[in-house]
Design a binder for this molecule. Structure first.
Ligand code: NAD
Length: 482
């Protein structure tokens, strides 16, 4: 089955690479020439566990190719995924300019060789499926191949030959393509695993043939019949993957509802943590107690510096915008955003409470990425905390095992010092703040870390460390909600 994935970011690249691993013939397209050049040489432009090896093997086996040409990708494929970015605008509304350009481009590039399924994998506002269909049709009007067919000619070996007269209006768009929605739920940091072993696959379409083709595409995942790659072993209890087939609008809404709910769980835990701290309870104990209720579940209830990343903030803001467009004021959604914004201030307040004066202090941040196992810095709490501390007159040092090169390249305006390792970070610091839950921070020797610091203060912004081990290193330890 021939597949084109347009957009080689965290979603498109992982999707394309995993489908190639399953034996599909995949061409990944991007407008970013540097990315395509790197990828064609087998180098991943992003950090994602297990991805690099799968790209290399996909290229080697000839199942995976990369191109800057949308036309090449569209012509060679039956299933065409749109996986470009949909970043937030200042109003919260999703910026759909990349989706628009791609949809029109697909319309201009289609030919009548086979029927295509055009799949929205980008997270897009409700109604975007219909809008994409309209844009593809617009593109068809400017499609040189179809125009030639309509004029009764075709290009054969560089010559125009008569193929029989057919009017452009004879070409029925529904014979050429159908649009489907197939929202993505992967988590950065475990994107390959989540693609191969998803909790569910959602397919939204009005066209039964499109649903059938997507089911066939995902069959090895649905039935779990593939041999797992060494880098992503199959979880012990995995069974057939549920497929939710529904209408386009509901599929689009499922994605927003899922992210809004996950963001709600974290904001809820943070709200409870802030109350715990005031009344003398420990949020970790409290979550353990109420999370064991099957109706609630313990996952996604970690109190800390709040959620970040490219999805939660953007998707909740877009959902608020959609609700308002339909004259509904989503007060719960607004609150989860407000709680999260306030939560990012909590570590700064704890530093003020502990050190009193921030001006002239040296603060070390453990972690930059918005979560562990990724180099993604979009809406990363660390960047906001660092910017705020710098503005307050502190000297900020940072260490992250993976995200420092990305941070240097993407944020030359940020004036902090990069440290080569946690000990270099701690040197001359008045306090350390854990911002990202990297596993290696759990293994730190706090006696050694503390020995090079000015004062032994540690703010655990993720509640991830063993308090006793930190305190045994002579530290004053402050967690969140404890
Ligand atoms: P990204 O920014 O990492 O990648 C987008 C890619 O699209 C870039 O490589 C960019 O160069 C390319 N692009 C932009 N315009 C293009 C065009 N006209 N033609 C070809 N390529 C073009 O984005 P991402 O994180 O992969 O997210 C993609 C979509 O998936 C978004 O809508 C996002 O909300 C959604 N999503 C993301 C995640 C995640 O964890 N990152 C999870 C689920 C869903």
């Amino acid at each position: 089955m021939d597949v084109c994935v347009i957009g080689t970011g965290y979603v498109g690249l992982v999707t394309g690479t995993c489908l190639a691993y399953l034996g599909r013939s995949v061409i990944c397209v991007d407008i970013d020439e540097r990315k395509i050049e790197m990828l064609s040489q087998g180098r991943s432009p992003i950090y994602e566990p297990g991805l690099q090896g799968l790209i290399a093997s996909g290229l080697q086996r000839g199942h995976l190719r990369f191109s800057n040409s949308l036309t090449e990708g569209v012509r060679q494929s039956e299933i065409i995924f749109i996986a470009v970015g949909t970043p937030p605008q200042p109003t919260g509304r999703a910026d759909l300019s990349a989706v628009e350009a791609v949809a029109q481009g697909i319309g201009r590039a289609l030919d009548s060789d086979r029927r295509r399924v055009i799949v929205n994998k980008s997270t897009v506002p409700i109604g975007s499926g219909n809008w994409v269909e309209m844009l593809v049709k617009d593109g068809l009007g400017e499609n040189p191949t179809l125009r030639r067919e309509a004029a009764g000619t075709a290009q054969v070996e560089g010559h125009s030959v008569v193929t029989g007269v057919r009017s452009l209006t004879d070409i029925r768009p529904e014979e050429l393509f159908a649009v489907a929605s197939n929202p993505e739920f992967l988590r950065e940091g475990s994107a390959v695993h989540d693609t191969l072993y998803p909790d569910r696959i959602v397919i939204g379409a009005a066209d039964a043939r499109a649903v059938e083709r997507l089911r066939a595409l995902y069959e090895p995942i649905i039935e779990q019949t593939f041999t797992p790659p060494a880098s992503a072993p199959r979880p012990a209890a995995s069974t057939a993957v549920p497929v939710v087939t529904t209408d386009l609008t509901s599929a689009e809404m499922i994605k927003y509802a899922a992210n809004a709910f996950l963001a709600t769980k974290i904001s809820f835990a943070n709200e409870i943590a802030n109350i715990c701290e005031r009344v003398g309870a420990d949020i970790k104990e409290v979550v353990r107690g109420f999370g064991l209720d099957n109706r609630i579940g313990p996952r996604f209830l970690n109190a800390g510096v709040g959620w970040g990343g490219s999805c939660f903030g953007k998707d909740v803001a877009a959902l608020i915008d959609i609700a308002r467009e339909y004259s509904y004021e989503p007060s719960l959604l607004r609150s989860i955003v407000d709680v999260n914004a306030r939560q990012r201030q909590v570590v700064v307040q704890k530093l003020q409470e502990t050190l009193k004066i921030i001006k002239g202090r040296t603060i070390g941040l453990l972690g930059l990425a918005f979560k562990p196992d990724t180099d993604d810095l979009r809406d990363a709490p660390a960047l906001e905390i660092a910017t705020q501390l710098t503005a307050m007159g502190a000297r900020v040092k940072v260490y992250d095992p993976v995200a420092m090169p990305a941070c240097r390249a993407q944020h030359p305006e940020l004036k902090f010092e990069y440290a080569a390792d946690p000990i270099a970070l701690a040197a001359e610091c008045d306090a350390l703040v854990v911002v990202t839950e990297w596993e290696e921070f759990r293994q730190l020797d706090f006696e050694r870390v503390g020995a090079v610091m000015n004062t032994r203060v540690l703010i655990d912004g993720r509640n991830m460390l063993d308090r006793e081990a930190v305190e045994a290193g002579g530290f004053k330890y402050r967690g969140i909600g404890r």
